[in-house]
Design a protein around this ligand. Sequence first.
Ligand code: FUB
Ligand code: ZN
Length: 653
Amino acid sequence: MSTSIHQPDVKITSEFWQQYRQLIVKEVLPYQWSVMNDEADVKITDEKGGTNPDSKNSHAIANLKIAAGQATGHHFGFPFQDTDVYKWLEAAAYSFNYHPDNNLKKITDNLIDLIASAQDDDGYLVTFFQIDAPKRKFKRLQQSHELYTMGHYIEAGVAYYQATGNQKALTIATKMADCIDHHFGAEETKLHAADGHPEIELALAKLFDVTNEKRYLNLAHYFLVNRGVNPEFYDHQLKADGWDNDIIPGMHGVTHRYFQVDQPLLTQADAKGHAVRVVYLCTGMAHVARLTGDQELFAACKRLWNSIVHKRMYVTGGIGSTNIGEAFTYDYDLPNETMYAETCASVGMTFFAQQMLQNEANGEYGDIIEKELFNGALSGMSLDGKHFFYVNPLTADPQFQENPSKSHIMSRRQDWFGCACCPSNIARLISSIDQYIYTTTNATILSHQFIANQATFDQGIEIKQTNNFPWENTIHYDITNPQHISKKLGIRIPGWSATTFTLKVNGQPQTLLVKNGFIYLSITESLTIDLTLDFHIHELQANDAVAEDAGKVALQRGPLVYCIEQADNLQNLWHYQLLSDDQTTYRFQPDLLNGIGTLSATAVVRKTTSQAVLYQNYQPTVWQPTTLTFIPYYAWANRTDGQMRVWINKANA
Ligand code: FUB
Ligand code: ZN
């Protein structure tokens, strides 16, 4: 069995990410805390379009106070409302690693006390059931989110304990895990199933990492290998609890496939059902596979990885092709107007990729971390840190609000959601980004993200990485290894730069073979490395099987996928067409959208006729020359409301 991976101490120096990490501590955390305490003047939006019935309050902290006996009343919100608080707490914990803050720490210490008071003596803590349905605990696992909710606390508790040493935070987590272990497992007297929403698996693996308590790892393993073995389990429970006596209205009718229980997880070939569930499940599975050495589990991870990344992922890293069930559909079905691409799904995909990389050195996992960090996940939050996307579309139009099958695609980020899973998820990812740059084993350090930093590893090895990524393509490393420890450094050569890069070691040009997406160098002696990546503007086309993108291209420079917005391009965006031999230039604009690199492309725009009729006889199109301005996808919807597109018509494409 392999032991847990020792994380280096990483200080982020990247200007791009420092801006975001300061935003987390200055705006995001205070804002989200005030929302969860019902102190912010916000509009709460239904993530599917429309308005939440209680459009002012989250009640997430109020629910904990009621469960703790510090207030009275009923539970409000989804049965997993507590998780908003836990993910926020986890984000705050990570922020202490780079921005210690006594005032925030008082708040979070008090929050730990509140959570401890809300926890039942046996370790159970899900405020919905404690307050309003104590007799139904663990009786409706298909939709109860009980293990999902406690799993999120366990993640937060581990992070908080690691950041602050607060023992109580960890004890709450171990009591929860003990409670779950008491009720679930292979023994006759226990429940033989896991939560409808995976999460507990990855949480128990993290808890094992910090406690070394084997029961937690065994339980996580049990949940994984047992998933889908008895698909009828949920149906039996639903019948016993009252078939349509739903906690989440209508959920009893949802298919097994949605929950990834229609067949044993270990035999599932395609990513199916609810996208966030799949990637949380895979994150736990990859972590447990590494910890246990279970190759069957790892093979299942790889199958699902390939299904997602090679057949079911948007060019931005978004996943989930339909809003019905927030789900995967079928291979190459990547509609741009009715898609989902939930922020949580991109965040979860980053978790999955990180775990895969800890199993094996393959640059593709690093490529996906990068794709999500700079595109699909990052677009979930506005530049002011107070507005969030639930859905991250590739085509948007304010008019979609008038069409119920598209109204989930918003062209403005929202203050908050009735189901507010995404805001704190993106917060915890950004505040922990230092954990996504290196992966270490005894013999090798993998440097897989080009996020400028200073890192200290075991035995005094230090790596200083300087760059102006994602805007500039030169990456400089200063490596010191004072004890001459025998070590290799693997540097990821991104897929978008695979054929064109140059490398110098101590100023001398080198030619190294790329092995599974990495080049390897010995760093037993201190040295400098200069890597220059390919920052040509790539025009990407989708696989022929993607009907939606036929005749279109998407632009990418370095890790950034670009889009066009009406703020820069005034006509309806479907009227633009890139020339077959378009010339595209790049310019950094320090005063635009906190400083971004824009692209200008030679294009044509359709000369529209003022048609009085809906249809008329065909007339050849008259094209007028124009320039199309592109901005990085993550920065869209931060100016005036309007249309946005990633895939652009291309002449002769
Ligand atoms: O079910 C809990 C969370 O709510 C999911 O992870 C999100 O997709 C949203 O459905
Ligand atoms: Zn979400």
